[in-house]
Design a protein around this ligand. Structure first.
Ligand code: ATP
Length: 386
């Protein structure tokens, strides 16, 4: 790839493969990250996201392919010569040094002038909300605070690219949610490219400008969060992001698919040819549910399938209903609990129901090349009711 093409790209990976002996951890990966982008590598454990991050950082060398940062081929550069800094899940702070000394450490080694160090350290500690804690030791801080120190320590070096490997993974859910919002604010403020590794799809959707969903060393889809969620392109992405709501189908002609349940519906079939297997996705909140026979409740005139309610779970803000369409096909429906009387009328276990959806809300996805090994964390907590 010519350097001229990299002008607006901050990080370019081209045909990058990483093998550990015979095992291919990262397989022919190509990505272009824009300057100032919050870019997330998302995928299940073992899909190669950390290995990809470590290759950008210089801790691992690609077996094949090229990595450029700011147009420069960094293949021969060791980590400390690259314009990158990494924040790890384990904060890796010096326990015997104060917060301030931890953050100042790298600048001191580079022999930056004392006044400048003091100013830059103070700026970063203010940015991460730790100005009042400069003289404390890491052991006197909470996990969240220690991670802020690690962040300040990375930012103080003014990297061109900040690499973050599951930085919130060790924190409890509430703290993690707070820090997600704050990390995003800090990234906007400093304008540095962030490459963020996580297996948490909700975290990726919340924070990222773009997401690369990885599966078995390959990128399955790269897009903005809204597209990844609303228009997944493969069965793996559809299953890994949100609740897996797939109806097996076959392309029956241009712009038409036939669900295995028998229904033929119009759909965007892209490059798929007639006869090819695929799956139709409708997100849980886009499905309407009504008792069989109550056509109005289920949306008259809309595409529809029949099934039997397997479970109904109260989730506080919504009710999650799982409907068995026959065989192993299950669809999850999410109904907002806006009205208590309406909630009471929702069909319970064993009820025969009709699911329907607006045609725009159904998308056709193809089988994943890497297989559907997704074992995502449940998107919603469960609280069985009946
Ligand atoms: P996790 O979230 O569990 O770290 P990941 O997506 O970051 O998952 P990687 O750490 O990149 O995955 O690992 C990808 C694959 O490569 C895994 O199967 C892992 O066992 C393998 N792997 C990683 N590093 C090495 C190594 N140094 N030697 C041999 N195999 C490795």
């Amino acid at each position: 790839m010519a350097a001229a093409q990299d002008q607006d790209s901050n990080v370019v990976l081209h045909g990058v493969t990483k093998r550990f002996d015979e095992f291919v951890a990262v397989d022919d990966l190509s990505l272009e990250l824009a300057r100032g982008e919050f870019f997330t590598l998302l995928g299940p454990s073992g899909c190669g996201k950390t290995t990809t991050l470590r290759m950008i950082a210089g801790f691992e060398r690609p077996s094949e392919g090229e990595i450029r940062i700011e147009g420069e081929d960094v293949a021969t550069l060791p980590p400390h010569k690259r314009p990158t800094n990494t924040v790890f899940q384990s904060y890796a702070l010096f326990p015997h040094l104060s917060v301030e000394a931890n953050v100042a450490f790298g600048l001191k080694r580079k022999k930056v002038a004392k006044d400048e160090i003091a100013e830059r350290v103070a700026t970063e500690l203010r940015r991460v909300g730790l100005a009042a804690d400069a003289n404390r030791r890491p052991s006197q801080l909470s996990g969240g605070m220690q991670q802020r120190v690690a962040l300040a320590r990375a930012l103080v070096n003014l990297p061109k690219v900040l690499l973050l490997d599951e930085p919130l993974g060790a924190l409890d859910l509430k703290l993690r949610k707070g820090l997600q919002v704050e990390l995003k604010r800090i990234q906007r403020e400093v304008g540095i490219t962030f490459v963020y590794v996580t297996h948490d799809q909700e975290e990726a959707l919340t924070m990222s400008d773009r997401i690369a969903v990885m599966n078995r060393g390959r990128v399955e889809q790269v897009d903005v969060p809204e597209e990844i969620y609303a228009r997944p392109t493969t069965t793996f992405v559809a299953g890994f992001i949100g609740v897996s709501n797939l109806m097996p189908a076959t392309v029956s002609g241009p712009g038409k698919v036939k669900l295995d349940s028998g229904l033929e519906v119009a759909a965007s079939t892209g490059a798929l040819a007639a006869g090819e297997g695929c799956a139709a996705v409708v997100r849980p909140e886009k499905l309407r549910i009504g008792l069989s026979g109550e056509t109005e409740a289920a949306g008259d005139g809309l595409p529809r399938v029949e099934g039997v309610v397997e479970s109904s779970v109260y989730l506080g803000t919504a009710t999650q209903i799982v409907v068995n369409l026959g065989g192993d096909v299950r669809m999850t429906v999410l109904v907002p609990n806006a009205d208590e009387a309406e909630r009471q009328r929702l069909p319970g276990g064993g009820a025969k129901v009709v699911l329907s959806w607006e045609p725009d809300h159904m998308h056709v996805v193809t089988e994943s090349v890497g297989g559907d090994s997704a074992d995502p964390e449940p998107a919603l907590s469960t609280n069985q009711e009946g």
